[in-house]
Design a protein around this ligand. Structure first.
Ligand code: ATP
Ligand code: MG
Length: 189
């Protein structure tokens, strides 16, 4: 599961848990993007990586990979999957877990049509986002319906920036890190 993870929230963890159970995955690898080139601004990659590590701390079957930060530059998932293949060996079957919003935009991704050659593409339901499979992926995306949570990082950032609590949606250790690092600091009028 790639993403910006700015910050990682319980919606990411719930979706990953459901996908892992339904697909019998050995583990879910969370891969924070180095430069999410389709977004305008975000917290430093090192902070997003650290928060993602804290978010999965103590969870069985969850890992965090720093391949995108190590490679550097703008993050393209074709490169992420290539690097993960190199790391996990020729016998590993990779699955690319995508929320419904990511699925809808897939044709805008760099070398998108190569993705099914590198991993099994999985479309996960997400509240507020219709599950629409681009026709190019009609035969290569598997839909896995899950009980997803209606949470986004955008919502969490907005709560924190307006001085409200995000305790319900973000793990305490992640919130402590974010506060210490001065991320999402309160905007005072
Ligand atoms: P932002 O609001 O900043 O875009 P986000 O909540 O969408 O943040 P991302 O890091 O962009 O989080 O998402 C990474 C991946 O996780 C994407 O494939 C996205 O669709 C999926 N995802 C995020 N939140 C959920 C959720 N609540 N349920 C299901 N999938 C989710
Ligand atoms: Mg998003």
């Amino acid at each position: 599961m790639g993403g910006t993870f700015d910050p990682p929230h319980l919606g990411h963890l719930a979706a990953a848990t459901a996908a892992r159970t339904k697909l019998f995955l050995d583990s879910v690898v969370f891969v924070p993007a180095n430069e999410p080139w389709q977004k305008t601004s975000q917290s430093p990659a090192a902070d997003r990586l650290a928060m993602t590590r804290l978010a999965v701390q103590g969870h069985d079957g969850f890992e965090v990979s720093d391949v995108d930060l190590t490679r550097g530059g703008p993050t393209y998932t074709v490169d992420t999957l290539t690097d993960l293949h190199a790391e996990y060996g020729p016998h590993a079957q990779l699955y690319l877990l995508l929320g419904a919003d990511a699925v809808a935009n897939l044709m805008s991704w760099h070398r998108a049509l190569e993705l099914p050659l590198l991993a099994k593409l999985i479309a996960l339901s997400r509240p507020g986002h219709a599950l629409e499979i681009p026709t190019e992926f009609a035969d290569t995306i598997e839909v896995v319906s899950i009980e997803a949570l209606d949470i986004s990082s955008t919502m969490c950032r907005e709560l924190l920036q307006s001085g409200r609590s995000a305790d319900q949606w973000v793990r305490e250790n992640v919130l402590t890190y974010a506060a210490d690092a001065g991320l999402y600091s309160t905007v005072r009028g």
